[in-house]
Design a protein around this ligand. Structure first.
Ligand SMILES: [Zn+2]
Length: 426
């Protein structure tokens, strides 16, 4: 045992099976070296009686720097919101805005138990990569590519981003290519993205089948549904993280299965924008990897994954009129193990020997945790993210006793607010 290693002692721990046991989690370097029962007295100890250990939460779809536009424009239709409000203000963004927006997001994510996130945004995603590096989080980043506005330089930026950052920060940063959506990218453009991704070995992060309008326009323009069009571009053969997937035909679900597309379900955003209800129960029954995401803070309006866990469980029940649909442990699994798979992360998302030490300790002393028959159920249905006490990524403590160890919240808030001021001044 080295100086850096530690033991999370006497903790209630969520096993990959969904079962909760009392155990000691031994962390060595970046990994969980072993999980034991009984007494531990040796080495550096984090006494965790009355804490609940879960894998770190994975936000499988967000636009981190959009924290800058939280509450700027709400209660609008997706296209109105994007075209009239969001795209004009985004045009004013500088690299500094990208950085401080993402830094605030990192504070919010760590404080609510998120340890990894898939981000699609840009330009200047190297600023977000900097935040991932400094914060200690994991990030799977892509440069959002609006094909209709790209004469090649944006795709080139995403390729550069891959070359410069894929595998950086001890492997905590990974890069995908980020064609935005079927309504912003032509099939020819998507083929170009596929060709570049193929050369790099990069995976794809893309918005898919979010609204009925998107489906109808796609059929009008191309005579086919989005997954059918995208399948023909070759993009699905490279490994895709598909955000939303609200409106799917049975044939598209077959394509998703055959191409092993991973789905990021965003219940909060889908409800707020009235996009619809994704067929999550069906996808899960078909063996599809369904993860959870918040989407950007301007369409959620926070980055709190515990809310998405609860919403995913509740929405599936309302959708199917079946109280057994998506039980608590399954919803948590979507936000942890499935999230890691969705981001293409190896040995992440499970509390198991040999896995990466990405761990959240929840404080169970609050009244909303009483009585404590079932911590997983309390987490999904009763607790809120203020119960996050300690956050560990790659064996490194990013927060302990709610005290941030890697980021200066006060400075970030102040810089963030000056960015907001400048962006909203005429
Ligand atoms: Zn999105």
């Amino acid at each position: 045992m080295t100086e850096k290693d530690f033991v999370i002692r006497d903790v209630k721990m969520l096993k990959p099976s969904g079962e909760v046991v009392t155990a000691n989690i031994h962390v060595s370097g970046d990994k969980i070296s072993k999980i034991t029962g009984g007494e531990v007295t040796d080495g550096k100890i984090i006494d965790s009686k009355n804490k609940f250990a879960t894998p770190g939460l994975v936000n499988a779809h967000t636009h981190a720097s959009m924290t800058l536009f939280r509450s700027y424009s709400d209660d609008k239709a997706l296209m109105d919101w994007l075209q009239k409000d969001i795209w004009p203000i985004e045009d004013k963004m500088t690299p500094k805005d990208l950085y401080w927006g993402a830094a605030l997001a990192a504070v919010e994510m760590i404080k609510s138990g998120t340890t990894a996130f898939a981000d699609m945004y840009g330009p200047c995603m190297d600023e977000v990569a900097k935040v991932v590096d400094e914060s200690g989080l994991r990030g799977s980043l892509s440069r959002g590519l609006i094909g209709f506005a790209d004469s090649g330089e944006r795709l080139a930026e995403n390729v550069e981003l891959y070359k410069n950052f894929h595998g950086a920060a001890d492997g905590r940063i990974t890069i995908m290519l980020g064609p935005h959506a079927i309504y912003t990218c032509s099939p020819d453009y998507l083929k170009k993205v596929a060709a570049e991704a193929q050369k790099l070995g990069a995976e794809i992060h893309m918005h898919m089948n979010e609204t009925q309008t998107e489906i109808n326009d796609c059929i009008k323009n191309y005579g086919k549904r989005p997954f059918e069009v995208v399948a023909e571009t070759g993009l699905l053969d490279l490994g895709m993280l598909a955000a939303h997937c609200v409106w799917l035909s049975d044939e598209e679900i077959e394509i998703i299965k055959a191409k092993k597309v991973r789905v990021a379900h965003n219940p909060g955003s889908n409800m707020k924008l009235a996009s619809g209800i994704a067929p999550v129960t069906k996808l899960l029954a078909e063996g599809v990897t369904v993860a959870l995401g918040t989407d950007g803070a301007a369409s959620n309006n926070n980055l709190d994954m515990l809310e998405e866990i609860r919403l995913a469980a509740l929405l599936a029940k309302v959708d199917t009129l079946n109280p057994l649909a998506v039980p608590a442990a399954q919803s948590i699994q979507m936000a942890t193990e499935n999230g890691a798979k969705a981001l293409g992360l190896q040995n992440v998302g499970r509390l198991e020997e040999g896995c990466k030490a990405d761990i959240v300790l929840w404080d169970m002393s609050g009244v909303e945790w009483q009585p404590n028959y079932n911590p997983a159920s309390l987490l999904a249905y009763s607790a809120n993210s203020s119960a996050v006490d300690t956050v560990i990524v790659d064996g490194k403590i990013l927060m302990q006793g709610r005290e941030l160890k890697t980021l200066d919240e006060e400075k970030i808030l102040s810089e963030f607010n000056s960015c907001v001021k400048r962006l909203t001044e005429n």
